[in-house]
Write a protein that binds this ligand. Structure first.
Ligand SMILES: *[C@@H]1O[C@H](CO)[C@@H](O)[C@H](O)[C@H]1NC(C)=O
Ligand SMILES: *[C@@H]1O[C@H](CO)[C@@H](O)[C@H](O)[C@H]1NC(C)=O
Length: 392
């Protein structure tokens, strides 16, 4: 029921002049023997994917363990239901993590950014390296700090340069420390996005404070080759895909509506079933004042639990009930709705219904999921949860 309800929410909540289709009409279509229930279902799922910014569901690979960093980030920005705790916490609306593809013995890394959409603007990119404890045999050393520099490797045959690398980030790190070190490499990620072939990877150079090459037994970083998956080198890219709250900004730069234009599902051609067979009768629907009621969207029910890490589902809520004259302030009416309810009550004009009970405040949710390339992605979607309902 939940999926159906989400899909048809816009259509059902207020079909201003035409009577709304019976609430369980679509459900009947889905599991009944009507004309092509499977087609409606797949069209609905496809449209729901579009709301989540995807064309096809990613290939499910739930056996992978998501990076702890991404889980922590998700728990920082979202509550247990996936609802955004603070909309200003995250810059942009997408965070993507990538594992190193090179698995080199050298301190060189390469990340494949092909899953980042062209439309995504790279805000920040960070190289996350896990620094290992120095090997015991060499742990006595007069140095306390080392200089760690991250370089972007360049193709000197393509660009007229003598040096084949460009310094991106450099920092002093205590030699005896252990744990994650983060380097900002935004410029390189932007360059790779605009020209995929220029991506030759990153190189890390560790020097003494005097500037000479450091013994690599002394300062070591975990590699994807020899160390546990939880310590793998990782690239974290913060982007914005330009999809904004529909209430703030309806159009993307190309002028096409972005989010979330819910589908116009076919309206029942056949006569509605008798009122008795409905989930709730007409009297019931009209006697309730406009209010917010639960509507759980279960990703497992939809068949998405294989690729969505978190949440398992979320409460989208829905708005239901009548908006009769007189509309109190608790109905949060617009002036327009107040006037419409008055016209309806006075029966001044034929065919004017009472105002509609609709969401008047919407919250965003967060999804943590695996993309096609087994990268873990955190994405924020605007306008997914009805925060309150009002008569409009
Ligand atoms: C990056 O990944 C894509 C899709 O997985 C693949 O088609 C492409 O060849 C990869 N690029 C490199 C340089 O490995
Ligand atoms: C490349 O550099 C060399 C030497 O610095 C210079 O003579 C040459 O004109 C440069 N070529 C281009 C295309 O900039």
């Amino acid at each position: 029921m939940s999926l159906v309800a989400v899909i048809s929410l816009a259509a059902l909540v207020c079909a201003a002049t035409a009577p709304p289709p019976p609430p369980n009409y679509l459900e009947n279509r889905f599991d009944g023997a009507g004309d092509g229930p499977g087609e409606v279902r797949s069209a609905a799922i496809k449209r729901l994917l579009e709301v989540f910014g995807m064309e096809d569901p990613p290939l499910a690979r739930s056996h992978m363990q998501p990076p702890q960093y991404m889980l922590d980030l998700y728990n920082t920005v979202a509550d247990v239901d996936g609802v955004t705790k603070d909309p200003y916490l995250l810059e942009g609306n997408t965070v993507r993590s990538f594992f190193d593809k090179l698995h080199s013995e050298q301190v060189e890394y390469r990340f494949n950014l092909s899953t980042v959409a062209r439309s995504e603007k790279v805000l920040t990119a960070e190289l996350h390296l896990f620094k290992l404890r120095p090997q015991a045999a060499v742990s006595f050393n007069r140095h306390h700090f080392c200089q760690v520099s991250v370089y972007q490797l360049l193709d000197s045959s393509r660009i007229n340069i003598t040096q084949g690398k460009k310094l991106l980030s450099s920092r002093l790190i205590p030699i005896h420390s252990t744990g994650w070190e983060v380097f900002t490499i935004t410029q390189a990620a932007r360059a790779w996005m605009s020209d995929e072939d220029s991506n030759l990877g990153l190189q890390v150079v560790v020097r003494t404070l005097g500037g000479s090459q450091m013994d690599m037994k002394l300062v070591r970083f975990a590699s994807g080759r020899n160390h546990h998956q939880s310590k793998q080198p990782m690239l974290v890219v913060f982007t914005d895909d330009g999809r904004r709250s529909a209430s703030l900004e309806n159009k993307d730069p190309n002028g096409t509506p972005v989010l979330p234009v819910l589908p116009q599902l076919p309206v029942a051609g056949a006569a509605p079933r008798s009122a008795r067979s409905l989930d709730y009768g007409e009297e019931d629907a009209t006697s309730l004042p406009c209010q917010r009621l639960p509507l759980y969207v279960d990703f497992e029910e939809i068949g998405w639990s294989g690729w969505i890490v978190s949440p398992r589902g979320y409460n989208a809520y829905h708005c239901k009930g009548s908006c009769p004259f007189p509309l109190g302030q608790n109905m949060r009416p617009t002036n327009h709705a107040t006037v419409q309810s008055i016209i309806n009550a006075l029966k001044l004009t034929k065919g004017i219904e009472t105002p509609c009970c609709v969401p008047d405040k919407l919250f965003s949710i967060n999804l943590l999921y695996f993309d096609d390339d087994e990268n873990v992605v955190l994405k924020q979607y605007d306008d997914m949860v009805a925060g309150s309902c009002g008569c409009h």
